[in-house]
Design a protein around this ligand. Sequence first.
Ligand code: CAA
Length: 260
Amino acid sequence: MDYKNISLEDEGGIYLLTLQRPKALNALNWETIEELNMALNVIMESKAKVKGLIVTGSGDKAFAAGADLKHFPDLGYEGGVKLSRQGNEVFSRFEKAPFPVIAAINGFALGGGLEFAMACHLRIASDRARFGQPEAKLGLTPGYAATQRLPRYIGKSQALYLLLTCEMIKADRAFQLGLVNEVVEHERLLERCREILNTIGDLAPMAISEIIRCVNAYYDPNMDGFEEEVQSFGKCMASEDLQEGVNAFVEKRKPGFIGR
Ligand code: CAA
């Protein structure tokens, strides 16, 4: 697949997706969002085991400095609704991916950039990362669900503070607020993300995807998360991997899971 705005590498079951617009601080234009969607299709269609996906930004400054705002003045109501819906649909697909998705936040994660990171399951930040939702400075609300996901991560009060003041915060503050899982030295960022995916990759794949599904169900008003968990528990209980996991425990050896 030829991409113009991103790159996708398969490192043996761990995929590395990199936003490739460093001169525009990896701003997310229409085409980039489409390519993110295509890349996700490629990974979903993979016949080999997928341990997980790392998304990051190219260059030494930014993960993504938001939606590409240069075309905003021409969009109007219809264009704005379309842009927002497109991003929301694509980012929700990352959130619902049946394998873990980690945002490796290597620099600025602003506006749509932070919203993309918030749609990932985990966020690991470089000590150089900076976070913010500066939309109100531009005369906008967020469009890729910061008003929805930010309160879920850091609570309504702190979310409103960041959204209303447009303040940019550093990685240690993002960690204190619960917005990122870990802060690591810039040079160790990708290595740490690979380490986490390898740890998860040793666990039972069906259990991992069901956990992601059930946690997402908690936040979906159309789903009963408690019932989803009951069903997932039953499904995993009937799996070959449950037999293997329990046998391995009893025999004091490492399990070899097969994903069914
Ligand atoms: N869209 C398009 N281009 C962008 C961009 C964006 N969001 N952010 C940065 N760029 C471009 C700049 O225009 C500049 O390009 P030129 O060299 O051609 O002028 C290049 O990237 C480098 O940027 P700066 O010179 O501004 O770099 P800096 O180090 O001085 O500042 C920054 C860095 C603080 C991140 C600053 O670029 C900035 O504030 N960017 C905009 C951030 C923003 O407002 N993001 C929200 C966008 S709206 C949104 O995301 C809506 C939504 O929810 C969907």
